[in-house]
Write a protein that binds this ligand. Structure first.
Ligand SMILES: [Zn+2]
Length: 63
């Protein structure tokens, strides 16, 4: 797994969290997720396609 989860860096720059914060997301290669920089939700990448859906989001660690 690469640092960008196999995603185009340009695509990564335009992706935003679907929650009201609309914040940038950063790849987390260890978890294979794109993680929101504000709310901490993780979004899976399936077959090289980021799944930017709140229904599919993994809640942040902790409370
Ligand atoms: Zn967010």
């Amino acid at each position: 797994m690469s640092e960008t989860l196999g995603l185009d860096p340009v695509l990564l720059e335009i992706l935003a969290c679907p929650s009201p914060d609309h914040a940038p997301v950063l790849p987390d290669p260890e978890r294979g997720l794109l993680v929101c920089t504000v709310c901490g939700r993780g979004f899976p990448v399936r077959d090289g396609i980021p799944v930017m859906l709140l229904d599919e989001a993994i809640p942040p660690d902790g409370d």
